[in-house]
Design a protein around this ligand. Structure first.
Ligand code: TTP
Ligand code: MG
Ligand code: MG
Length: 386
């Protein structure tokens, strides 16, 4: 037990009772193209429009492992990729099709468990503690899933097997491609001690530099910090980091249905009394909500604002939309509309919040024109980002 000011925190303990998988497809878009075009197999494939056809403006979505040998990677400009690997085959992305394949992969997961939390188009957490096949060892469930994806979809994935989400996600990356890594509670301590600090979720780039200055490079160094040190160094994520480095992460695997809404709020003292301040804060909160949605590849059809006045009376108002939204501009547009209709600045505002709910996965991300974009041509979304 440690005491921080008035608060007491018990030291965290490892709960080794859960069996968690993190599955991530290997070079996802590129592998699909290699599967469908046998002439691409064994070749450096770069998922992007050829820089020649795109005035050099495109960005690489991903690259086959053959292309990665030349240093080509996701998010690099297509022009740079061409410079590194001129013999590479540039293939434009087919997003709607990749979404279909992603759904086929997900259907395989659901044969084993319904506790599936998709993190992006090509990866998910699965809680297989109680699986539909009654397989006792998580490793065997992982092998089955890997084989099913390979045999039925002719694609490979890598799987991390552990007792919590944090370690399972790190583990899936260790033996890529077509790999499997199991980290038991017993092995977790040694694994985390050698782990570079940049791999601990919640430690930003600036913190990494600062920690290096203090000769803190890996988990073992990080573990030497007290809870107080962690709180001072990392703010409110400090406690989570203190737990992670001790092998503790009790976050449940959350299914789609459980992640019904994403919201952010801010409190103020002194209170806000001016429309300008309130509206610019709403813009900021909309930005945060949009970022959180993007992280989970979600969008939603209901926007709710929450206003708490100086006297603690709280007002919530919401608007339902026909099409789901996710962009900060759109969220702000509806939130500020609600504020202008129902809010009052002269009462003094102590809290503002925006929530987006009725969430679903972002599908056909790059082809949909949002309602807001249609109304405002200058905000039109790009049809294709390659
Ligand atoms: P990742 O799982 O990050 O990468 P990957 O599957 O291509 O390769 P790895 O074997 O290392 O897992 O991303 C999954 C897909 O998401 C990827 O195939 C293409 C897409 N993507 C982008 O479009 N842009 C990006 O910046 C990244 C990182 C991914
Ligand atoms: Mg992947
Ligand atoms: Mg991934």
């Amino acid at each position: 037990m440690r005491t921080i000011g008035m608060l007491e925190f018990a030291d965290p303990e490892i709960d080794g009772s859960r069996k968690i998988l993190h599955v991530d497809m290997d070079a996802f878009y590129a592998s699909i193209e290699q599967r469908d075009h046998p002439e691409y197999r064994g070749k450096p494939i770069i998922i992007a429009k050829h820089p020649r056809e795109n005035s050099g403006k495109g960005v690489v979505s991903t690259a086959s492992y053959e292309a990665r040998k030349y240093g080509v990677h996701s998010a690099m400009s297509a022009q740079e990729a061409y410079r590194l690997c001129p013999q590479g085959i540039f293939v434009p992305a087919r997003h709607p099709y990749y979404v279909e394949v992603s759904e086929q992969v997900r259907a395989i997961f659901h044969r084993y468990t319904d506790i599936v939390e998709p993190l992006s188009i090509d990866e998910a957490f699965l809680d297989v503690t109680h699986n539909k096949a009654n397989i006792p060892y998580a490793m065997d469930v992982a092998k089955d899933i890997q084989q099913a994806i390979y045999k039925e979809l002719h694609l490979t994935c890598s799987i991390g097997v552990s007792y919590n989400k944090f370690i399972a996600k790190l583990a899936s990356d260790i033996n890529k491609p077509f790999g499997m890594t199991i980290i038991t509670p017993k092995r977790a301590e040694a694994f985390l001690e050698q782990l570079p600090i940049e791999d601990f979720y919640g430690i930003g780039k600036q913190s990494v530099a600062k920690l290096h200055d203090h000769h803190i490079f890996n988990g073992a160094d990080l573990k030497a910090l007290s809870q107080d040190d962690c709180l001072k160094l990392f703010g409110k994520t400090g406690l989570a980091i203190y737990e992670r480095v001790r092998g503790v992460d009790n976050r449940p695997v959350k299914t789609q249905r459980q992640r019904k809404s994403i919201g952010k709020e801010r409190t103020f003292y002194p209170f806000l009394y001016h429309d300008d301040d309130i509206e610019s804060t709403l813009r900021l909160i909309a930005q945060k909500v949009s970022e959180a949605l993007a992280k989970k590849a979600l969008h939603g059809k209901v926007v709710t604002i929450k206003i708490r006045y100086a006297d603690f009376t709280t007002l919530t108002r919401q608007k339902s939309l026909i099409d789901p939204i996710k962009a900060a501009d759109e969220i702000y547009f509806y939130a500020v509309d609600l504020y202008r209709e129902y809010g009052q600045s002269d009462q003094g505002v102590r809290l503002l919040g925006i929530t987006v709910s009725d969430l679903s996965d972002v599908l056909f991300e790059n082809v949909r024109l949002s309602l807001y974009a249609k109304k405002n041509d200058k905000n039109e979304e790009k049809i294709d980002d390659n």
